[in-house]
Structure formats: C-alpha cells, structure tokens
Design a protein. Structure first.
Length: 73
C-alpha cells in the first residue's frame, strides 16, 4: 500500500481572525462568490423552520435549530 504524503495545513494565525457574525463572514467573501452564497442562504432560509438561527460554526455560516446544526454553507 502506498504511503500518502502529509497534507499541508494552514495555521490559524495565517487564516486570519475567525468571523464573529454571518454578516461579517459574507462581507469578507469576494463579490462573485458572495452573490452565489446569498442565493444559497435565501433558499435555505425559505425551507428551514422559523425558529432556526444563523450562527458561525467551525468558522463558516450555519443554520441551527433547537435540535442542532441543520446546514453549514
């Protein structure tokens, strides 16, 4: 069996500070990708329960309900 080369990991310091809000996350995304993410966000919002909230989970936007995380974008 072939040995795999270790993957190069980026340290947390090189990634920059973690976003605190979903709005802050979207503000940091370049424009072509931001438009696509906003469309996806609107689609998800239209189908999740009303009590679902948007949060940052594992450094990315997510939708959380009382049962746990539903979707990570």
């Amino acid at each position: 069996m072939k040995k795999m080369k270790p993957t190069k990991r980026i340290s947390t310091a090189k990634r920059g500070p973690a976003p605190f809000t979903v709005v802050g996350y979207f503000a940091a995304v370049p424009q072509p990708a931001r438009t696509a993410l906003n469309k996806m966000r609107a689609t998800i919002r239209s189908v999740v329960p009303r009590e679902t909230t948007e949060v940052i989970s594992y450094r990315i936007p997510a939708f959380r309900s009382s049962k746990g995380v539903l979707v990570r974008i």
